[in-house]
Design a protein around this ligand. Sequence first.
Ligand code: UDX
Ligand code: ADP
Length: 454
Amino acid sequence: MNICCIGAGYVGGPTMAMIAKKCPNISVNVVDINEERIKAWQSDDLPIYEPGLYDVVKESLNRNLFFSTDIDSAIDNADIIFVSVNTPTKTFGEGAGRASDLQYWELCARRIKEVSKSDKIIVEKSTLPVRTAEAMERVLHSDKSDIHFEVLSNPEFLAEGSAVEDLENPDRVLIGGHDTDSGQRAVNVIVDIYANWIPKNKILTSNVWSSELSKLTANAFLAQRVSSINTISALCEATEADVTEVSHAIGTDSRIGSKFLKASIGFGGSCFKKDILNLVYLCETYGLNEVANYWQQVVEINDYQQVRFVRQIIQRMFNTIAGKKILILGFAFKANTGDTRESPAIKICRELYAEKAEIVISDPKALDNAKKDLIDLENIKYEQDPYKASKEADAIAVLTDWNEYKDLDYKKIYDGMRKPAFIFDGRNFLDHNFLFNIGYEVYSIGKGHQSHLD
Ligand code: UDX
Ligand code: ADP
């Protein structure tokens, strides 16, 4: 069997590497228009950072896992084509800022139609609006040739930083297909691939539209939990309740569950905001304005949480941060990734910059991306070493929950900072009493302030 995957990004690369590892008898060809990315996949310096990914790729590379820019041959030779190209939020025209931009995806569909000489199963891996498969089928079958394309939906639920673990041991795999003979045959082909390493009871099948909508809904629900606890974090600060205690108390209710209840400066990442906005747009398209407004609030609370964090910094630092040096500890949208897409750090740095703060950014993996994200801001400093970066700083803002930030020598850092030395824990994960006893002015999301000055 021969698989082609169009799009060698965060989703396509790791997913195909796992299929190749688990199915040595299947030839997996990952193609992309981006030559640099393809070269990187073939090198020792992979284009994305994911714990454990290097070993998975190396195990199958050039055995049954191939990366190439020869898209046409890969399409032509394939029995199954996974489409895993980017579907960012539209920046122009109708639905700008909300709807998915499907231009890359449609280009793929057209290419597949033009190049294919035999029947193929087409699998949507990219997150797409509901009923996109229908549009894809129309494009693929537009010239009325005898070639049959069976379109399935198989959304990817992996999270960055734990992609390898999520692929190896997923909660579930979802495959959506049409309720026709050819649809069900195609679903079974994909089920059999995953069944090489995933127990059958974890492989769910559904109709195509349910599968497409489940992906958007899963991300919307996860993001909603983060926004929900973040609203409570604001209330905690006003009432001297502690959000960690509240999260723990509600999370022990098995109906609620404990995951995704960590208060923070808000969610980032390439999926949550994009997928909710997409859901909002879809609801509006179907005239469901109340439903659209409900989900829109999840994004608005996320923005509010970031603005609120900056406001706390300014207020605590005597209502001005102009000329004050603020160390940003962590720029990635979460720990264990170099990815900064939609990272709350971007908005927070821009707001601090607008207040004329002097910004130094430190992150173990994300500095290259941070530089690109803030390319238009002058005089931002980037320093990998948190100790060097903290010299003479007035404040530290912890924006990513990197484990190593728990183990820094905060006494040494304090000694090198200007006084009063402030620390703003946007991830609510440091030992605040310990920091306060060193001498820091401490603020933490959902816990409020501990001050030596009041
Ligand atoms: C998410 C989904 O988890 C995954 O299933 C989907 O395929 C892609 O989108 P990802 O964006 O990699 O994955 O990250 P995730 O771990 O979900 O975290 C998203 C954001 O929420 C991060 O910024 C994280 O810091 C934040 N978060 C998460 C919180 O602020 N609090 C929490 O309790 C959990
Ligand atoms: P995701 O997080 O969904 O994987 P990425 O942006 O990381 O998204 O990856 C998508 C990949 O798809 C990019 O490497 C991009 O170059 C590639 N791509 C986009 N359009 C096409 C196309 N028409 N043909 C081949 N590859 C494409």
